[in-house]
Design a protein around this ligand. Sequence first.
Ligand code: HDE
Length: 751
Amino acid sequence: KKPGKLVKAALEKAVEKVSGLTDPPVPGAPGSEPPDLELPVLPREPLPPKADQAAPRTVTPTGVDTGLPATSKSQQGEYLTTAQGLRLYDTDHSLKAGERGPTLLQDHHLREKIMHFDHERIPERVVHARGFGAHGVFVGYGTAAKVCRADFLGRGTETPVFVRFSTVVGSRGSADTVRDTRGFATKFYTREGTFDLVGNNIPVFFIQDGIKFPDIIHAAKPHPDREIPQAQSAHDTFWDFVSTHTEATHHVMWQMSDRAVPRSYRTMEGFGVHTFRLVNADGGTSLAKFHWKPKAGVHSLLWEEAQLINGVDPDFHRRDLADAIEAGAYPQYELGIQVFPDTQRQTFEGIDLLDPTKIVPEELAPVQPIGMLTLNRNTTNFFAETEQVAFHVGHLVPGIDVTDDPLLHARLFSYLDTQLTRLGGPNFHQIPINRPHAPVNDMLRDGFHQHAVHGGVAPYKPNTLDGGNPFTADLEHGAFVEVAQPVAKAAKVRRSPASFDDHFSQPRLFWKSLSPVEKEHTVRAFTFELGKCYEQAIKERQLRVLANVDAELCAQVAAGLGLPAPAPAVRPRKVQPSPALSQVGGTWPPDGRMIGIVVDPSSLDGVREVREAVLSAGMVPLLVAPTGGPVDGADLMAQRTFLTARSVEFDALLLAASPPPAADAIPSRDAKAGNPGPSAVDPRVLLMVQECFRHSKAIGAWGPGTAVLELAGCAGAPGVVTGRSGTGVLGKVVTLLGQHRVWDRFPTSVA
Ligand code: HDE
């Protein structure tokens, strides 16, 4: 079935007719037939339509479903067509006046193809432009019933979800592992309408009032004159703003901590940040904060690793999440709430619950688990789903209402507003990823990109022509009724309450809750970022801010910058550390961890068994060999070579071999003192071991692999284990992985 044959014959005939007019052959032009590219000639089987891409259900007053059938199919037909369904015989050449002549304006296919391509890009999100999404399911535990009537929290209720993780500052093509806050936005397609929990991985925010959002974002984005640096906070305008705007200090502390360089989206907490008002079946209200707790633990990269990854694999977090889901290692996060009585003051233990720069320590109000999220399906099309998904903090369901947090209120305006431009009109709720799974019966009509064919003649209320339909519901029939919260009798003012004024106690609480090694990382992050600033005055001002947080923190950063440490201007309050804020000290399952195994065809002792054992422990083995292909000449394949692997990809490294330098390796010397000759082992393997050692990762070796430890100068150090069998060594490495890193390998100068 070659649709081209007839057309070709007809064309040749036509060309013959006008042969006098065609171009003379060009001397020296290659006359040979193009190589056989083995292109498919038969159309493939149509793809099945996607279940979640059914047209929106639009119900007329008489109950007729006018929804269109699913239209979002790709490359399903037998023949290539134009957007109008016209079959095409050629899509590789534009229509020209002769082979070497000008292109003709009448070529509709060319113009349509280029026009559509010209408009493929849409404006990226003004913040959170770089993101990655996945589908999943949320299952309620039923434990929230006492405080919240939301149906999706009911015991065993399954709700489809879509989650989009993101960085905040960088543009859409920026790298994944930059130092930044991460977005953690979840769309719950509940039976009562869509609920969006649009959170971050840091529980506080830079500002207390949304009117300052453009200021902080302008300060954090690249400088307007040269548009550098991309996706960084280590520059003058960011530090200029936060050093003069001290309510940002708490967020800045988190941003300089390990939290801002997560190991994976799978190992990241999420927070709703604001306090919400929950309503139970009896109308009783409580205040609450939402938390996501990852089952895999809360783990971070080291700053040096993060920087290396930005070059080696800028899509590190995207790849990690998609690979895990594809491998069936579904990431899970437990949803929890901290619940507070809904008092008139809206405070808890002296903490103002309307201030988004404050947390409530978990030791004062425990996080109570209410459901489990499992991400179990990758997207089919990044643009259609991840790029076009539109979240909004105002998408609420009965049982969950907002409070008067002034940051939240600006957000309630912003999200619809930004999506109007970004998605090109007011009908973006009809884009498949944004369609509610609850029946929709609105009276919104027309506008750009209207997909629904609405029936009926009376999209207004009251009406008689459509029988008065649709009718409003009441509480009993699932209506969302705002909590009749009394509004203070007060004068209009542009001011914050005095309770918002303490900008240093909670940054101090955070600092005091970190382990010594986390403190050390935070000191280094401040020193790195301020060290990148050009303006001396900004560094000095930020040191004055840090002096109000903690004298030791300030002194260490000042020492790194080579500046004197100023005295505090505010007397620091005594704070009670919150152990829950530290990421160090817990024990976590090794699931989904990446294990590099250095092998060499000449010494494969125990490799097959270790690989199997890694897999059965739920981890991912990556064999790293001198070249690609089967390492044993049979079925044991290398996933990485010394050329393509870099240590930062692995959570732990195993050495089964001591491969000699390959011909393409750049010569280097062994770390072992007194060895002046070239390395006896491939220098890229040595680098891998030395980097894993620097980054406090578990390293294991057996057989000839133990020689590499000697040469790398790390034999016998904490977290470097050897043994007679590969599986025995793996067992010790898995135990070490439970703590994420070999923490006692870090030198710490902070108590
Ligand atoms: Fe957002 N934010 N935000 N934000 N935000 C957006 O909405 C905004 C804030 C958050 O994956 C925008 O559709 C204002 C806090 C996430 O699609 C925009 C203020 C928190 C995402 C917007 C805040 C967030 C956004 C840009 C201060 C954590 C990505 C594109 C009042 C609780 C959602 C868009 C996604 C995105 C406005 C502060 C989380 C411009 C005005 C606090 C996770 O509407």
